[in-house]
Design a protein around this ligand. Structure first.
Ligand code: FDA
Length: 292
C-alpha cells in the first residue's frame, strides 16, 4: 500500500514542487544522488568499484530536450574512466515522441561512448515503454553489440525476454515501477528473478545482477560457480548510497561491482522510487525533515 502511494506521489507535480523546493530534503537527496559526479566517480573507482552514471531526467516533451540530454551524456563521458558505463532512460531521449528519435539519440551516445571505452545500458521504465525499449535495444545492437538492457523480474514475461537476449549484456533487477499483471508478492518476484538469473548465467551473454538482496546475491554467486563463470564473467550492480559496505565487501573478494550513480537536478521521481522500496527509508526521510 505504502509502496503504491509513494509511486503515485512520484508522478505528482504538486508533491514534486513541495519536496523539491524544500531546503530540508538536501541531506536525503545527497544520500542517493551524487552532488558532484566527478568527485563521486573518482572516489568509487579509487575504492576498486566500477560505475554506471545516470543523468537524472525522464519523459521529455520535445526533440530539443532529448537533444540536450544527448549533449549532457556526451560531455559526461569526459569525466569517466575507461570501463565505465552510462545508464540511459529512453524516455529522456524521446521514446514517447518516436522510437526512431530515441534510437538515433541513443546511437549517438553509443558511438561517443565507444570512443572512450565506455558501455551504455538502457534502463527499463514504465511497462508501456518496455516493448519500445527492446525494439530500440535490438536496433542498436546491430552497430553496438555491447549495448546493455534492463529486464525487470516483476514482469511475468521476463523469463521469455532473458531467453531471447542471448549474447547480450543484461541487467536483471526486480523492477521499480508498477505494471498490470506484474508480480507483486516478494516471493513471486524473487522466484522470477532466480529463474531469469539461471537463464542468464547459463547463457552466452554478460549478466549484470542488480540487487541488494542478500539471498539473491548468494544465489547469483552460487550459479556463477555452477555455470563455470569466473569473476570477470558477470558483475554485481548496486545503487549509490545503498549497502555501500556490501559493495566494498564483494569488490574486496575480487568480484566486479558496479555502482549506479545518478546525478543532476531532476532527482524527484528517482528519490521517490528509492523511498518506496523501503519504508525504513521513508521514516529516515521524514525524521530528517522533522529534526530541522
Ligand atoms: P529489495 O528492495 O527487496 O531490497 C533488498 C535489501 O536491500 C533490503 O532489505 C535492504 O537491505 C536493501 N535495500 C534495498 N533498497 C534499499 C534502499 N533504497 N535503501 C536502503 N537499503 C535498501 N528498476 C527498474 O525498474 N528499472 C531499471 O532500469 C533499474 N535499474 C537498476 C539498476 C541498478 C544498478 C539497481 C541496483 C537497481 C535498479 N532498479 C531498476 C531498481 C530495482 O528494480 C529495485 O527496485 C531495487 O534495486 C530494489 O530491489 P532489491 O533487488 O535491492 O531488493
Amino acid at each position: 500500500m505504502l509502496r503504491q502511494a509513494m509511486l503515485a506521489l512520484s508522478k505528482s507535480r504538486r508533491a514534486e514542487r513541495l519536496v523539491t523546493t524544500s531546503p530540508l530534503t538536501a541531506d536525503v537527496v545527497r544520500r542517493y544522488v551524487a552532488d558532484d559526479i566527478a568527485a563521486v566517480v573518482g572516489a568509487l573507482t579509487r575504492d576498486g568499484l566500477l560505475v554506471s552514471a545516470d543523468h537524472l531526467g525522464e519523459e521529455v516533451h520535445d526533440p530539443a530536450q532529448a537533444e540536450a540530454a544527448v549533449a549532457t551524456y556526451v560531455s559526461l563521458l569526459a569525466l569517466l574512466p575507461p570501463g565505465s558505463d552510462v545508464s540511459v532512460k529512453l524516455t529522456a531521449l524521446g521514446l514517447r515522441q518516436s522510437q526512431r528519435l530515441a534510437t538515433a539519440n541513443a546511437a549517438a551516445i553509443c558511438a561517443a561512448a565507444a570512443d572512450k571505452d565506455v558501455t551504455v545500458t538502457l534502463d527499463a521504465e514504465e511497462h508501456d515503454t518496455v516493448p519500445g525499449l527492446h525494439a530500440v535495444h535490438a536496433a542498436l545492437r546491430r552497430d553496438h553489440p555491447d549495448v546493455g538492457v534492463v529486464v525487470q523480474a516483476y514482469l511475468p514475461d521476463s523469463l521469455d525476454r532473458c531467453e531471447k537476449l542471448g549474447g547480450a549484456r543484461v541487467r536483471l533487477c526486480k523492477g521499480a515501477y508498477t505494471a498490470p499483471g506484474a508480480y507483486t508478492r516478494p516471493a513471486d518476484i524473487d522466484r522470477s528473478f532466480v529463474r531469469c538469473l539461471k537463464v542468464l548465467m547459463a547463457g552466452t551473454g554478460y549478466p549484470m545482477v542488480a540487487t541488494h538482496d542478500p539471498r539473491l546475491l548468494r544465489i547469483a554467486s552460487a550459479l556463477a560457480v555452477l555455470d563455470g563463470r569466473d569473476m570477470t564473467g558477470f558483475e554485481y550492480q548496486m545503487l549509490y548510497g545503498v549497502r555501500p559496505e556490501e559493495q566494498a565487501r564483494l569488490a574486496g573478494l575480487g568480484a566486479r561491482v558496479r555502482v549506479y550513480v545518478p546525478f543532476g537536478s531532476d532527482w524527484y521521481a528517482y528519490l521517490m522510487r528509492r523511498l518506496a522500496e523501503r519504508p525504513r527509508n521513508l521514516a529516515f526521510f521524514l525524521r530528517s525533515l522533522l529534526s530541522r
